[in-house]
Design a protein around this ligand. Structure first.
Ligand SMILES: [Zn+2]
Length: 489
C-alpha cells in the first residue's frame, strides 16, 4: 500500500499498518504453523500455546485455561477504558487432512484432521493485529485495554458462551471477530443462526441376536426410530430450522443386540428461542423412541449458542478501514492458481475477487451456519471482518477449502484482514465517541431481547470429545510441523 493512501488516518494506524507490512512474513508463518498443527476442537494445545506465547513475549498478561478450556486463553494489555476485545478460533476439522497448494484431493495423513476452513488464518490474524495495536499503544498513539481471547472449539460451537457466562466480557466495551472468506466484507444485522447440540444416549438390554432376540431391548433401534421421527418432523420445521446428526455408538457386532447406542444431534434456528423449540421437540421424539423399544434415554447437552449479530457502528468502522486498506492486488500467478482450482472443482473460473464488498445491511435470511461468538454479540457490540484468504467457489470442510491455505492468497488476505482489525481497534481507542455510538446503536438493535445464555449456569463442557483423534493422528502429523517459530520484530 502506498503512503499516500494513509493520508487522513491517525498516526497510530500508520504505525500499526507499517508494523504489519514489516511482519507480513511472520504473519504468514504463524498461519502456516497452525495449518500444519491441524488440531481438532479442544485439542488445539500447540496452536493455543504458540498464540499465547507470542502475546506473552509482547508483554500481554496471559491467563490460560479460562472457563475450564485447557486450550483457551485471555491475554490482556493496557489499562483503563475503552476495553476492546479481539476473539478468534484456531481449530481444524476431523477428516479434513489436505495437502495445500495442489489441485486435487490428497491427504497429508490418511483420515486425519486438517484445516479446510482457514481457522489457522483466523488465529494468526487476531494475534498479529493485537501485537500491532499494542505497539501503537506503546508508542503513545492510543490508550485503553486490549483483551485477546483464544477461543477453542469453534467447530463444536463451544467455548465463547462460557466466557460470557463466566464474566470475561462484563467490562468489555466493544468486540471484534475475524474470519477468512472469499470476499473482503463486513455487515450488520443478524448474520448467522443459533445452534444447540446434544447426545441422545439409549440404554437397553443385550441378548444373543440369533438364539434369543426376544430377550433383548435394542438401543440401536431407538437411535433409528428417533432418526425416523426427526425425519417426519422435518416437514413441519420452519424454513431455517435444521437438524443433523452422527451416530456415535451403533453397537459393537451384529450378533449382540446393542445395550447402548447413541446419536449426537445438532439443531439450528435463527433465534435462541427457536432452537429451544426444536430441542424440546427432539427430546419428545427421543422419549417416544425409548418407549417403543423399552430402552432408557439420557440426554446430555454438548453446546448451545446464540445467533451471531453484528453492530452497525462497528460494521461501518470496519468498512471504512477496508476502504483504506483495499483488496490485495492479486498477481497473475495467484489468479491463474485460483482459476485452475475453480475449474478442477467444477465451479465458474472467475478467479479472485478484485474489489472489496460494499457494506452489507441486515440479510433477508442469515447464513444457516453458526459460530460460538454469537453470545458475545448479544452481550456487547461486535463487529466482524471477513478477509479475502480463500478462493471463490471452494467449499469449507471440503478438501478444496484446504488447498489455498498456505499460499500467498491466504497470506496476503490475512495481512489485509489484520490491518482492518487493528485499524478498527485503534479507531475505538482513539475516539471515545466511536465506542459511545456503538453502545447506543447496540442498545437500539437488541431492543427488548433479554440475553440469557443457553448453556445452564452449572454446565461444564466435555473437553475430551476429540482426544482420540489426537492420540491416533498426532504422531503421524508431527513430521509436517513447521520448524521455525514466527518472530514479530
Ligand atoms: Zn469458521
Amino acid at each position: 500500500m502506498s503512503r499516500s493512501r494513509l493520508h487522513g488516518t491517525s498516526a497510530g494506524k500508520a504505525s500499526a499498518f507499517d508494523f504489519l507490512d514489516r511482519n507480513a512474513t511472520a504473519l504468514g508463518e504463524l498461519s502456516d504453523a497452525l495449518f500444519y498443527f491441524a488440531e481438532p476442537s479442544l485439542e488445539e494445545h500447540q496452536s493455543s500455546a504458540l498464540l499465547a506465547e507470542l502475546l506473552e513475549e509482547e508483554g500481554f498478561v496471559v491467563e490460560r485455561g479460562i472457563s475450564g478450556f485447557p486450550t483457551g486463553f485471555m491475554a490482556v494489555r493496557g489499562e483503563g477504558g475503552p476495553v476492546i476485545a479481539l476473539h478468534a478460533e484456531y481449530d481444524a476439522c476431523p477428516q479434513n487432512s489436505q495437502r495445500p497448494g495442489v489441485l486435487h484431493r490428497e491427504e497429508m495423513v490418511e483420515g486425519a484432521p486438517g484445516h479446510c476452513e482457514g481457522h489457522n488464518g483466523n488465529g494468526a490474524v487476531m494475534v498479529a493485529a493485537a501485537i500491532a495495536v499494542k505497539r501503537a499503544m506503546d508508542e503513545g498513539h492510543v490508550q485503553g485495554t486490549l483483551k485477546v481471547f483464544g477461543a477453542p472449539a469453534e467447530e463444536l460451537t463451544l467455548s465463547r458462551p462460557y466466557f460470557v457466562r463466566d464474566g470475561y466480557f462484563d467490562d468489555v466495551d466493544a468486540a471484534f471477530h475475524n474470519h477468512i472468506g472469499a470476499e473482503f466484507s463486513t455487515e450488520y444485522g443478524l448474520a448467522q443462526i443459533s445452534a444447540l447440540s446434544a447426545d441422545f444416549e439409549f440404554a437397553g438390554t443385550s441378548a444373543h441376536a440369533g438364539i434369543s432376540p426376544w430377550e433383548g431391548c435394542d438401543a440401536l433401534d431407538a437411535v433409528v426410530l428417533m432418526d425416523a421421527g426427526i425425519a417426519q418432523y422435518r416437514e413441519h420445521m420452519k424454513p431455517q430450522m435444521r437438524a443433523h446428526r452422527v451416530i456415535t455408538n451403533g453397537g459393537e457386532q451384529p450378533n449382540v443386540i446393542p445395550n447402548r447406542a447413541s446419536a449426537w444431534w445438532c439443531f439450528r434456528d435463527p433465534t435462541a428461542s427457536g432452537v429451544r423449540e426444536v430441542f424440546e421437540r427432539a427430546k419428545r421424539i427421543g422419549q417416544g423412541a425409548a418407549m417403543m423399544t423399552d430402552t432408557e434415554l439420557t440426554i446430555r447437552l454438548r453446546s448451545a449458542v446464540w445467533p451471531v449479530r453484528c453492530n452497525e457502528t462497528l460494521a461501518r468502522l470496519l468498512q471504512s478501514n477496508m476502504d483504506i486498506v483495499g483488496m490485495p492486488a492479486w498477481t497473475e500467478e495467484e489468479q491463474a492458481f485460483a482459476k485452475s482450482l475453480q475449474e478442477t472443482i467444477g465451479k465458474p473460473s472467475i478467479g479472485l475477487n478484485a474489489e472489496i464488498n460494499p457494506l452489507r445491511g441486515p440479510r433477508f435470511e442469515p447464513l444457516a451456519a453458526s459460530n460460538d461468538c454469537g453470545d458475545i454479540s448479544w452481550k456487547v457490540p461486535m463487529g466482524r471482518v471477513w478477509w479475502p484468504g480463500t478462493v471463490p467457489g471452494t467449499v469449507f470442510h471440503h478438501w478444496s477449502g484446504g488447498v489455498p491455505l498456505t499460499t500467498s492468497i491466504t497470506h496476503r488476505g490475512a495481512l489485509a484482514g489484520a490491518k482492518v482489525l487493528a485499524g478498527a481497534v485503534i479507531d475505538c481507542m482513539g475516539d471515545p465517541a466511536v465506542v459511545e455510538d456503538a453502545q447506543r446503536t447496540f442498545r437500539k438493535e437488541i431492543a427488548d431481547t433479554q440475553y440469557e445464555p443457553l448453556v445452564p449456569a452449572s454446565h461444564r463442557p466435555d473437553i475430551a470429545t476429540h482426544r482420540g483423534l489426537t492420540a491416533k493422528y498426532g504422531p503421524l502429523q508431527e513430521p509436517f510441523y513447521r520448524t521455525t517459530k514466527p518472530v514479530f520484530s
